[in-house]
Ligand binder design. Structure first.
Ligand SMILES: [Zn+2]
Length: 60
C-alpha cells in the first residue's frame, strides 16, 4: 500500500475550473502567484482574471 501525505501540501482553487489543486515542486518559487491548476486553464484565461471576462462581454 502506498501512502501519499497530501495533507502536508498546501492547496488552492483554480480560478478557471474552480477545482482544488495541490502544491507542486515547479511552483515552489511562485506559489503565491499561482492561480491556475494547469497551463490549459491559464490559456483559458488570457488577459487576466475578471478583466478578460469583462473585455469579452464588452466585445459581444
Ligand atoms: Zn483549472
Amino acid at each position: 500500500m502506498k501512502q501519499v501525505k497530501k495533507e502536508n501540501l498546501p492547496t488552492k482553487m483554480c480560478s478557471v475550473c474552480n477545482r482544488p489543486f495541490t502544491w507542486r515542486k515547479k511552483w515552489e518559487k511562485n506559489w503565491q502567484d499561482v492561480k491556475y491548476c494547469s497551463d490549459k486553464c491559464r490559456g483559458n484565461n488570457k488577459g487576466g482574471e475578471t478583466q478578460g471576462l469583462a473585455f469579452v462581454q464588452r466585445v459581444l
